[in-house]
Every structure is written in structure tokens, then in C-alpha cells.
Ligand binder design. Sequence first.
Ligand code: EPU
Length: 424
Amino acid sequence: MAIQELLSIQGGVPLRGTVRVSGGKNAAVAIIPAALLAGEPCTIENLPEIEDVKVLKEMLTWLGAKVDFAGGVMHIDPRGVNKYNPPYELVSRMRASYYLVPVLLGLFGKAEVPMPGGCNIGARPIDQTLKGWRALGAKVDTMRGVMAAEATRLTGAEISLDMASVGATVNTMLAAVMAEGNTFIHNAAKEPHIVDLANFLNSMGASVKGAGTDIIRIRGGRPLHGTTYAVIPDQIETGTLMIAAAATGGDIVIQDAIPYHMEALSAKLLEMGIYVHDEDDRIHVRYDGVMRPINVKTQVYPGFPTDLQQPMTAMLTIAGGQSVVTENIFESRFRFVDELRRMGANIRVVDRVAIVDGVNHLVGCPITTTDLRAGAAMIVAGLIAEGTTEIGSTQFIRRGYENIDVKLRQLGAKVEWITRETNY
Ligand code: EPU
């Protein structure tokens, strides 16, 4: 006997009302480790209370930092940090744990961090990260499942990434801040969380310029100090709520968002016939009686984000015709499609392309989730479907969506966490 947690959704209710978006997960997981570099206490505000942030708190505490986290605010005092080798049990619980490598390297001249965990959405190589650290003068060995890095001295360098990788850009920026001299990262990732990390580092006294463009310039080796900083709103949570509102035939206003970050999604929703209107930090999304099929191709920012591909595919299952979704970033991000099919969706996947023929409705049933954003897709599907959907493997949803049940209930949805005894 085991107790299983499920997210239960009674579908068919159009979302209506106003909801506030939480702080950004992917900004938070880069900024929290970076705070150790300050050498003085830092306060980070607007953090989402999600598993990934709680795991990072445990990791920093294990390393010797004093960390308090309540009400979305984290106080980090890094002065007691005295270890450079966090354990596998913690590191394996999230992808971004490898952001600790450049931080510990900068502080101690060495770091030993087990290879990162995270969602199983593709091979997720780290060759570009290794290239960045090595260019700055680190010796890095990845044998035995551990990233072991050493450097008596880091020196600024010109680095050209083969692809605009978020992870490689973050990892190189963090090492470059502690390197002597200038670093240029060419073909850098431009995602909003890269800009947020740069702003955070600058608020600690670093000199990072050009974040949000293809070339980031870092003047390394400057003295850093404590700071207070609020992370940006979560672009993917915002997008998931926009899609959920449109897909359920709803009418919602999302508050505390950055509409500018949502342009790729907004353009696609408008193409489908959905009303989207921005005003300052609010986005109004309304279904106006049409849901046309569309073609979507995932791209690096400012293109359509891979992290919204899955919830968008769930919505397209009930659009009025055939849509084609191409996943260009992660090769295994269509594993969730089997679950949508069990709910009545008509989807064929050929390699990295999903052909989605809209059906009249989905039908609720027990389903599972294969990764974090698949969890968001399952929620969208459950909200659309007739009857009850019970979503399993909820740990994925808890990794990245703060109070998602509360937010959806606030918008009128019938959603609750339940537990059930199982025989397996
Ligand atoms: N890539 C390489 N070599 C590298 C690095 C990346 O070939 O050294 C390839 C990847 O295989 C992939 C592409 O480059 O095809 C982009 O990968 P990227 O490095 O940008 O992704 P990531 O840093 O592993 C971050 C987010 C992901 C998000 C992607 C793309 C964090 C912690 N994770 O991952 O977020 O999907 O960027 O935007 O920021 C999520 O939040 O659910 C999530 C998976």
C-alpha cells in the first residue's frame, strides 16, 4: 500500500477573474546560488514557493550559508559557506544545481558537484558550459558522474557559444564575474531570466552589460557586496494561465506580469482568434467564440518558448482544425502526448513534429505527468475536459507552479489536491 497524491480537476468551467503571477522559477534558480558571491547578506524578494527554490535553500544551508525563506522572501548570509561539494541527494533533485559550480569555483578555486538532475526532456548535453569554464581557465573533469572543477585563477576570455544555451550563458556569466579582466559571451541566450541575473549581479557591484542581446560583456574581478533584489514574474506561469483561460473559453486578467516577455505567445493566441490586451503589468485574455488551428515552432527567446509548447499543444487538441507543432529545442518533449490521446485527443507525432487534429472535446480520466511542463499541459487538458481528470506524478507540478490549485480556484476552476491509497 502507498499513498499517492493526485491533482483532481472537474473540467468544463471557463476561467474568469483576476490572478497574480508568481516570481520566475528560472530566474530564481540562477539568482539564489549567485547570491553566495556577494560575501555579505542578500535579500531576494518575489521568489516562488516551489520545490526547486526549497531544494536550493537546503543546498545553500548544507554548504554553510544561513538561509531564511518565508513569504517569498529569502535572506541569504553566505559568510559561513565552507564546503564546495554538495551531495548527490540534493543536487539530483533539480537541473539548475550545476549553477553552483562556477559560484564555488569563484569562492574556493574548486567545486565538486554531481551531474545535474531535472526533467527528462532530452539528452541535455553540457558541452557549452564546459567550453565556457575552460575558456576562463578552469580545469574540469566530468568522470564518475561528478563535475569537478579547479582553477587557481580565472581569467576573462572571448567565448562563442555554438547555440544560445540558457545554462551555458548563466554558467559562463557566473564564472566570468569572478574572473580577472573582460569576458565576451557571443551568441548568448537572451531569455528574460538572463537579463534578470545580469541585473542582480550588477546590483551586487558586478559589471555585466549587453544581457538580452547576442553579446554579453562582463568586466570581472570587481568587489561584490550584499543587495536586495526582486526577481521578475514567471513568464511560463503567465503563459500557462493565458492558455488555460483561452482554452476553457474564459476571460481573465493576469496581474504583475511583464507583457513584453509574452509577445510570442500573445501573437499565437491572437492568430487563433483569442482576445489579448496588455496594459502596464496586466494582460487581459478572453475567448471570443473562435479557436483557429495554428502552426507553432519552438525557438530560443524571443521565439515561441519550448516551455509553453506542451500547454499550447493541449489547447490545440480542441482547436477548429489541424495544427502543426514543431519542437526544435528538446527532442523528448512530446512524451506527454500519449496522455492527451487517452483523453480523446487526435495527435500524431513524427520525430519532432506533432500533428494535432482538433476534436470537439476531451474526456477526463486518470493521467500522469512526465515532466514539469507536461504537468501544465495536463492541467490545461483537465480544465478543458468533460468530467473528472486525476493527474498523478504531482511532484513535477510542485517543482515549478506555486499554489496552482489556489490560483485556479480563484478563477472558478474546480481543482484540488487529493490523496489516494494504491495497491502498487
Ligand atoms: N545544448 C547543447 N549543449 C549545451 C547546452 C545546451 O547542445 O552545452 C542544447 C540543448 O540540448 C537544447 C538547447 O541547447 O537543445 C537549449 O538548451 P539550454 O541550455 O538553453 O536549456 P537549459 O539551460 O538546460 C533552460 C531552462 C529550461 C528551458 C530551456 C530552454 C532553466 C533552469 N532551465 O534549460 O526550463 O526549457 O532553458 O529555454 O533555466 C523548465 O523550466 O521546465 C525548463 C526545462
